[in-house]
Design a protein around this ligand. Structure first.
Ligand SMILES: Cc1ncc(COP(=O)(O)O)c(C=O)c1O
Length: 385
């Protein structure tokens, strides 16, 4: 006998990587040396001072109990200093920051806070899958807005305006964009804030890649005049500080939005382990040189990734930002799914098929920079054989 599931559990598919990585693990358990260049899971270490702060904090007798639902004041202050230093944005540490268990968690809590059954949510036709999945889970209606490839994958604002109805509530946006690597620009952010004002929608900007292979100084959507009235920003230490497994992110925005999300979130979880928050505060002081050195390692891997994509006959832009290279398949390849499955099963190389980011990604693949270059060259060798 099986107790019936909720409709939402039947409507939602298990996360692609959750399924696929089980296959990767099974191949590895069978003795195969799988090179996983599919996921954005940084292989580099957090800074040394971050690790010291973690172990020092764990020795403190007051480190092991429940912590404030809004995170420690020390972490919130560190986030505000980081925002000022990195983006020139001033935030109030007491009222405008909400630490999260990774920014993925924030997507759920924002959706639960703002969306009623049937409300409209605009998601990019290519984007992080959680925007769409979580919106559907809370009963909202998902509408995909087009991205213009010939305009550097920028949103098609006119098409977006046509999608807005009186019940549209949230617009999800993410630049530097995953998966296409399109950069953030001030003009784009200004346009987005204007759109949110004009259409009275909450603009949720997801900003985890601003410091990875960025060609210009990083920017925050909250730097735009009038942004705080209509927008919130998610950010995270997962990619920029090599701390994906730590599950540290945050939402930044005006007090009314932070308080509303906290009302929901405080009924769901009870915050984070204090040593993680203390160490995260330390990580946020990593110097500009530390970030430069991290990017130098990723830059050193690009040549191997391009060689891999060349070996597959793909085409790609070389000015992409973030942790991945997004590439167009040649006509000779039947489908991304077949290619990815064949590479995994025959060459033991895993790359991500583009369709997991939206149907528009059918003819694309995404390769991660989170593997040492020697391993990427080994993948090139296997593919070229
Ligand atoms: C665009 C985007 N947003 C959010 C996340 C989730 O990040 P976090 O580890 O902070 O939950 C990812 C992770 O891959 C991502 O690519």
């Amino acid at each position: 006998m099986i107790i019936p599931l909720a409709h939402r559990a039947n409507q939602t598919q298990e996360y692609y990587f959750s399924v696929k990585l089980a296959e990767v693990r099974a191949l590895m358990a069978a003795g195969h040396d799988v090179i996983n260049i599919g996921i954005g899971n940084p292989d580099l270490m957090p800074s040394a001072n971050t690790l010291t702060a973690l172990s020092q904090s764990a020795q403190q007798p007051n480190a092991h109990g429940y912590q404030p639902y809004k995170g420690t004041p020390g972490l919130r202050q560190a986030i505000t200093r980081f925002y000022k230093h990195t983006y020139g944005v001033s935030l109030d540490a007491d009222t405008e920051i909400l630490p999260l268990i990774g920014s993925k968690e924030g997507i759920t809590h924002l959706s639960m806070t703002f969306l009623n059954d049937g409300d409209g949510v605009l998601v990019p036709e290519l984007g992080y899958p959680a925007y769409r999945a979580v919106s559907q889970m809370v009963g909202a209606k998902v509408l995909e807005y087009p991205l213009l490839e010939h305009h550097g994958w920028q949103p098609d604002w006119e098409a977006m305006a046509d999608l807005v109805t009186p019940s549209t509530k949230i617009v999800w946006m993410n630049y530097p964009h995953m998966p296409t690597g399109a950069p953030a620009t001030q003009a784009l952010f200004e346009r987005a804030v204007r759109f949110a004002h004009d259409h009275r929608v909450l603009l949720c900007h997801d900003n985890p890649y601003s410091l990875i292979l960025n060609k210009k100084p990083p920017i925050s959507l909250l730097s735009v005049d009038g942004a705080k009235e209509v927008a919130v920003e998610l950010n995270s230490l997962s990619k920029s500080h090599n701390m994906a497994g730590w599950r540290i992110g945050w939402m930044a925005g005006t007090k009314a939005y932070v308080d509303a999300v906290l009302t929901i979130k405080s009924n769901v979880d009870s915050g984070q382990f204090r040593p993680l928050m203390d160490a995260a505060a330390e990580a946020l002081t990593n110097s500009d040189d530390w970030h430069r050195d991290r990017n130098a390692v990723y830059e050193g891997r690009l040549e191997a990734v391009y060689a891999l994509l060349d070996a597959l006959g793909c085409t790609y832009a070389t000015d992409q930002e973030g942790l991945f290279i997004w590439a167009n398949l040649p006509d000779s390849v039947e489908s991304a799914e077949t290619l990815v499955d064949n590479l995994l099963r025959q060459k033991h190389v895993f790359i991500a098929p583009g369709f997991i980011f939206g149907p528009k990604g059918n003819r694309y693949v995404r390769v991660s920079l989170c593997v040492p270059k020697e391993r990427i060259w080994e993948a090139v060798r296997r593919i070229s054989e």
